[in-house]
Ligand binder design. Structure first.
Ligand code: 3PG
Ligand code: MG
Length: 424
């Protein structure tokens, strides 16, 4: 990797301003916000421990949710500070603001190895606007800058980009944390020259969300397996009936060109050969957004590529599972992004769970498996297979954009590794 990392950084006695992605899921229980998955916090611990060992003074900044410039009590990072202290086994000072006097005071009181966590940086609109004056305020306590927030690196915000630029301008170093380094290694370098066969599994609702990734991976993969609702847009492109399945008629041409490109590049491009279908019925129950909840009745396997009238395709069927598992088990490198069906509903989770199991088994047999963030990570964790894959990304949108080949602003702003004293 060409970017400077915390390993290269001299931090003894310095104020290390570090951006982390602690945007973890919270749930209200008895009037308290409780963290339901602390993966993103756990994954930064190695970076924090290294910097503490090196004698840095760590000032952590992060966002929670999308409060849009307001102090939303439910989006406070206070519960994260408690969890972090527990994981680090040392006190973490929580500061109720991310700029201003309170921050200056807390930082002035720090000793080497101390850790401070600042309140939600998105309580200020200037964060997402990447406002230079706001970045300047954040940067007041920064001698060096570290970014370990891979999950937020696709955002060009003040704390992910603006501060780094300011610190660099002053001659300070900006380094990637160990988590950031790992993400870039697995989602980037490892997929540049993958051991073959390289099998990619892509799912999710929309072709339009994934087309850039599909397009890029058609250059690299030996096999691409398609699942999720986006498979029905491909079916539409092939002239099949899709019933009440979720489809994007606007993306049919895009799907057609992906199919042509796969042929031209000699990439094995597999679509489901059977489905689990059910009849969607509107209930009079409303969801959190006030929309009628849809119930899916009479789930059955449909062996026909035409989805029966009045039903929607909601998962890949048994023949598809068998075919996809065989491909996965023959792979040396696996990349998975996106579920195979409506896996939040147990009736339609078999496809996703079976693919997860096949990925775990292939890994056991020596394949490298990389799980590209968001729902696929949720699915792997739900199946309790998290420790059976090679790497799981902590990024959702960020991992997708990175896989598309986009340069992430939070990465671009980091210092290059230069003046290397070694022999290359
Ligand atoms: C995420 O959870 O995807 C990241 O923390 C980024 O959050 P955002 O999508 O609100 O920018
Ligand atoms: Mg997001």
């Amino acid at each position: 990797m060409a970017k400077l990392t915390v390993r290269d950084l001299e931090v003894q006695g310095k104020r290390v301003f570090m951006r982390v992605d602690y945007n973890v899921p919270l749930e209200e229980k008895d009037g308290q916000m409780v963290i339901t998955d602390s993966t993103r916090i756990v994954e930064t611990i190695p970076t924090l421990k290294l910097l503490i060992e090196k004698g840095g003074r760590l000032i952590l900044t992060a966002h929670m949710g999308r409060p849009k410039g307001k102090r939303e009590a439910t989006m406070s990072l206070a519960p994260v500070a408690v969890k972090l202290a527990e994981l680090l086994g040392k006190p973490v000072t929580f500061v109720d603001d991310c700029i201003g006097d309170q921050v200056a005071k807390a930082v002035a009181a720090m000793k080497n190895g101390d850790v401070v966590l600042l309140e939600n940086v998105r309580y200020y609109n200037e964060e997402e606007a990447n406002d230079p004056a706001f970045a300047e305020k954040l940067a007041q306590v920064a001698d060096v800058y570290v970014n370990d927030a891979f999950g937020a690196a696709h955002r060009a915000h003040a704390s992910t980009e603006g501060v780094a630029r300011l610190v660099a301008k002053r001659g300070g170093k900006c380094a990637a944390g160990l988590l950031m380094e790992r993400e870039l290694k697995f989602l980037g370098d490892e997929l540049e020259n993958p051991a073959r066969p390289f099998v990619v599994i892509l799912g999710g609702a929309k072709v339009s969300d994934k087309i850039k990734v599909i397009d890029r991976l058609l250059e690299k993969a030996d096999t691409i397996l398609i699942g999720g609702a986006m498979a029905y847009t491909f079916r539409l492109a092939q002239g099949y009936q899709t019933g009440k399945s979720l489809v994007e008629p606007d993306a049919v041409e895009t799907a057609k060109s992906a199919l042509l490109k796969a042929k031209a590049k000699n990439v094995k491009f597999l679509l489901p050969v059977d489905d689990v279908v059910a009849t969607p019925v509107k209930t009079d129950k409303l969801d959190k957004k006030g929309k009628a909840i849809i119930e899916f009745q009479n789930p059955t396997t449909s062996p026909d590529q035409n989805v029966p009238e009045g039903t929607a395709g909601l998962d890949i069927g048994p023949a598809t599972i068998k075919a996809y598992a065989a491909e996965v088990l023959s792979a040396k490198t696996i990349l998975w992004n996106g579920p195979m069906g409506l896996f939040e509903n147990k009736q339609f989770a078999t496809g996703t769970n079976s693919v997860a199991a096949a990925v775990a088994e292939a890994t056991q047999k020596g394949a490298k498996s990389i799980i590209g963030g968001g729902d696929s990570v949720k699915a792997i964790n739900k199946a309790k297979l998290g420790d059976k894959v090679t790497f799981m990304s902590t990024g959702g949108g960020a991992s997708l954009e990175f896989l598309e080949g986009t340069e992430l602003p939070g990465v671009a702003a980091l210092s290059e590794k230069t003046s290397c004293s070694c022999a290359h």
